[in-house]
Design a protein around this ligand. Structure first.
Ligand code: AMP
Ligand code: GLY
Length: 423
């Protein structure tokens, strides 16, 4: 079949690489893609938020399946749109409808949903601009640190964790005064959960779910988990503390009630659910839901997945997931993100990347890269994810670091301590 994949990051390169391995895939188009996805298929300069153009492209290229990488098109309703087009009969869209995408698109909705279906999460309250005073009272009733979240999508910047009450009150005020535009018309204030985070992923057809490998993501820019929050500086899979006992709790307390809740709400959900979890003394709590795969988690979980991913997608889109069994490699996969100097703050782009041909024994997934006059250049903050498999995490990381040293571009930076807390 002909497949269109939407997105341009490391996650999408990993997805393209995995889709390309399927015997079911004839043509693969990636919109807009990057210099890495060029090797897996055809990049097309489509704006994925222009749904009518995406639909026309699907019609013209006889696309049977659309795989949506990032959340924004889903939150804006691309799945509903494509499925409703009369000239795209039977099109399979991997990703939930707008209603399901609210799990990520509205933190208030997600918290409400978790309360209703008794899914463990931090205690919270939601406030509107008129309720600022009540928000301050609520903050004062909590112990520091204070967690304040814009309700809507805010390009990964909508969450603040603050230690000082005065700063927390100021942040609440700024958010309610439109710091993130409409996204912070409502603000969730919640209890801080102390523990260790992990990312758990499932695929679902709305009734049945299947667990994908779990991963741990390193979000802070600096070593030892210091500095600013980023999209993710590295990841490893599996996660040693996510043992059978812990994962059983995750399934019983979180995954099953989520799938049942979505059904109960009449929400059609055919796609990924990414559970951002906190392990608090051996008990899992939901920090957030995402309606897509993680990045850089994809760069470690997809290499461990042994299934034909297109077959899995087809089963998800046609309600036949119960017929599928997931096969996961026992190898450890680790990835190290090579980023532009200054990221996640201000950084420059357009630097030539050298050394890619010298890489041996790792998979290099491109994130912010572009092709310019036949050369691969940097075009974003997160540039390359260097993923490796090994029998142990140490072995995998050693390979990624060895290859990272052979790659260079001006200002290149990476964390040298990925996996440090799991050793
Ligand atoms: P997000 O931008 O939604 O991924 O959230 C950023 C980070 O904030 C999460 O990865 C957590 O590290 C942290 N965080 C969010 N909510 C809480 C919470 N209730 N307790 C502790 N940390 C949190
Ligand atoms: N790495 C976290 C995310 O994709 O949201």
């Amino acid at each position: 079949m002909n497949i269109l994949l939407l997105g341009s990051g490391g996650r999408e390169h990993a997805l393209a690489w995995k889709i390309r391995q399927s015997s079911l895939c004839e043509a693969l188009y990636i919109a807009p893609g990057n210099a890495g996805t060029l090797k897996e298929g055809t990049n097309v300069g489509l704006n994925m938020l222009d749904f009518a153009l995406v639909g026309d492209f699907c019609r013209d290229k006889n696309i049977q399946m659309v795989v949506v990488g990032p959340e924004e098109p889903l939150v804006k309703g691309i799945a509903d749109y494509l499925r409703s087009r009369k000239d795209l009969p039977g099109i399979m869209v991997i990703g939930p409808d707008k209603a399901g995408a609210r799990l990520e698109g509205s933190k208030d909705f997600a918290k409400h949903f978790m309360m209703k279906y008794k899914i463990p999460t931090a205690a919270y309250k939601t406030f509107t601009p008129e309720e600022y005073e009540a928000g301050v009272q609520f903050l004062r009733s909590l112990k520091p640190p204070y967690v304040i979240k814009a309700d809507g999508l805010a390009a990964g910047k909508g969450v603040s964790v603050l230690h000082d009450l005065k700063e927390a009150e100021q942040e609440l005020e700024q958010m309610l005064s439109g710091k993130f535009g409409e996204a912070s018309n409502r603000v969730v204030v919640e209890e801080f959960l102390k523990g260790i985070e992990l990312s758990v992923f499932v695929v679902t057809d709305g009734t049945t779910y299947r667990l994908l490998p779990e991963a741990k993501d390193y979000k802070r820019a600096g070593e030892g988990d210091t500095g600013q929050n980023t999209g993710g500086m590295g990841a490893v899979s599996p996660v040693p503390f996510a043992d059978k006992v812990f994962m059983k709790k995750v399934e019983e307390r979180i995954i099953i009630p989520t799938i049942l809740g979505l059904k109960e709400e009449g929400i059609r959900y055919q796609g990924f659910i990414f559970f951002g979890l906190m392990n608090v003394d051996g008990n899992p709590y939901v920090i957030e839901y995402n309606v897509r795969l993680g990045d850089p988690e994809s760069e470690v979980i997809l290499p461990r997945l042994e299934n034909d991913i297109v077959q899995l997608f087809e089963a998800m889109a046609t309600g036949k997931l119960r017929e599928e069994t997931i096969r996961i490699s026992s190898d450890v996969v680790a990835t190290v993100m090579l980023v532009s100097g200054g990221y996640p703050g201000v950084y420059r782009k357009g630097f030539e990347i050298s050394g890619l041909d010298e890489v041996r024994g790792s998979m290099v997934f491109h994130a912010g890269t572009a092709m310019l006059n036949g050369k691969v250049v940097t075009s974003g903050g997160r540039v390359l994810a260097v993923s490796s498999s090994g029998r142990t995490m140490e072995e995998a990381l050693e390979m990624s670091y060895a290859n990272a040293r052979s790659i260079s571009f001006e200002g290149m930076y990476y964390r040298r301590d990925i996996g440090f807390d799991l050793k």
